[in-house]
Design a protein. Structure first.
Length: 444
């Protein structure tokens, strides 16, 4: 019987339209827009000025603190603006605008580099380089990777978990990366095991990716310390807490981290970025992005320079089809609708979805019928209907006491609600209020 997490979850239509589409290299954009906040934590501090010429991979914004990440130039070119632009969430954020030098051959450097298996750096040097190269979690959370790896002696570890689940419908960036760069990912896993002094790793992959499972099982036949686990297909299994429960039967504390149960979790995209940083001295300046939609002419996966406008990707996939209702950054369950196609791809952008009218329309919300469906599918054991009601009534202190902050925003509750109630919208708003310092003091 395939492993999975026991509490809640759903199985929406997978719509993995691009699973068989090899990763293409997107043409180098003429202009890139590089936000200085592409990670959880303090925004990076700009260290360049307008009219400066920058080289590919040069640091253009330095980490603003321990929980922060460096930002590097994704292209060689000239700084034309230091300005605020609208990001994928619709907020204006500080950004560095670079006009690409299209005559500089370094801008066309291919993503594919020769495989290097020998690990020469010591653990401390590995962590230092991961920090220097601005590597963050590429599964969506964008948590600085060096912070997650900076484990104190008071937190004994015994397992590294590699997240190859990619449970969001439509998204196939991680799947294609596992198919096309498995050896590099395997070296990346060994780099992390070396850095963390671990003798055990588990790669979790959902069973709808049998080709990736077969490849990694073949690669690890003579690697007894690295296990490949096939998981039942269930959303949101890519959540860290759900994945640790599914693979290791360990319950991460309500307000805790996998570290609290002896585990560090990293996404396969992050592992590949770490491989490139350690073995090829390459900072995080590009990533794989799925561009998909049922009416797109050429849905595909692309290697994309950070800072590339979303419009460039959609043009490469055939343009916006007639009848498109919204463009979403991320997956359909947790992604955010974009206000403009001028917003840039960031380190955390896993997909761009072009959603037609018939898929995007919400039913008119009605009164809650107390069916309990939202409670039964919540992977965190919450009562979404209650959290929405408390937020709607402005009872934020009570919402905090009902654990609103433990919601992982998976959207399962909204997906199953027969009354079409915007549960997740209200819960997100409630969380933003409860997180405010004045309200945090009340909870203490």
């Amino acid at each position: 019987m395939l492993k999975t997490f026991p509490k809640g979850g759903i199985h929406p239509p997978e719509n993995k339209l691009t699973a068989s589409r090899p990763i293409k290299i997107l043409p180098v954009p003429k202009v890139v827009y590089v936000p200085v906040s592409q990670h959880i934590g303090i925004p990076a501090e700009i260290v360049v000025e307008r009219k400066d010429k920058v080289q590919l991979g040069q640091v253009i914004a330095k980490s603003g603190g321990f929980v922060s990440a460096n930002i590097h130039a994704p292209v060689a070119g000239t700084i034309t603006k230091l300005d605020k632009i609208v990001d994928t969430r619709g907020y204006k954020k500080q950004c560095i605008v670079i006009r690409t030098d299209l005559k500089d051959e370094s801008n066309f450097e291919p993503s594919e580099l020769p495989l290097k298996k020998e690990i020469k750096l010591e653990p401390a040097a590995i962590l230092h380089r991961i920090s220097d190269y601005g590597i963050v979690g590429l599964g969506g959370a964008t948590f600085p990777a060096h912070v997650k790896l900076n484990v104190g002696d008071d937190k004994p570890l015994d397992c590294l978990v590699i997240n190859g689940v990619e449970c969001e419908p439509y998204l196939t960036a991680d799947h294609r990366l596992m198919l096309e760069r498995p050896e590099e990912i395997l070296v990346g896993i060994k780099i992390l095991m070396h850095a963390l002094h671990l003798k055990r790793a588990i790669i979790g992959i959902e069973n709808n990716k049998k080709d990736a499972i077969a490849i990694f099982r073949d690669l690890t036949r003579k690697e007894p310390e690295i296990l490949v686990a096939s998981l039942k297909v269930k959303y949101p299994q890519g959540g860290e807490k759900q994945l640790v429960r599914a693979l290791l039967n360990r319950e991460v504390p309500k307000n805790g981290l996998p570290l609290d149960v002896g585990v560090v979790v990293h996404n396969v995209g992050t592992v590949f970025a770490i491989y490139q940083g350690i073995q090829h001295n390459r900072p995080l300046i590009e990533r794989v992005v799925t561009v998909s939609g049922k009416k797109l002419e050429q849905p595909s996966n692309f290697w994309v320079k950070i800072g590339t406008p979303v419009q460039d990707l959609i043009n490469e996939a055939g343009g916006i089809p007639e009848g498109t209702r919204k463009i979403v950054s991320g997956g359909p369950m947790m992604g955010k609708a974009l206000k403009s196609l001028d917003v840039p791809i960031t380190k955390g952008t896993s997909g761009i979805l072009v959603i037609p009218e018939d898929e995007a329309s919400r039913g008119a919300p009605r009164a809650c019928i107390r069916c309990g469906d939202c409670v039964s599918v919540c992977p965190m054991g919450l009562e979404p209907h209650l959290l929405m009601n408390l937020t709607e009534k402005g009872m934020f202190e009570k919402a905090g006491l009902e654990d609103i902050l433990t919601c992982i925003e998976c959207g399962s509750c909204s997906y199953v609600c027969p009354s079409h109630r915007p549960l997740l919208d209200y819960i997100r708003f409630g969380k933003s209020v409860v997180r405010q310092p004045k309200n945090q003091k009340k909870q203490a």
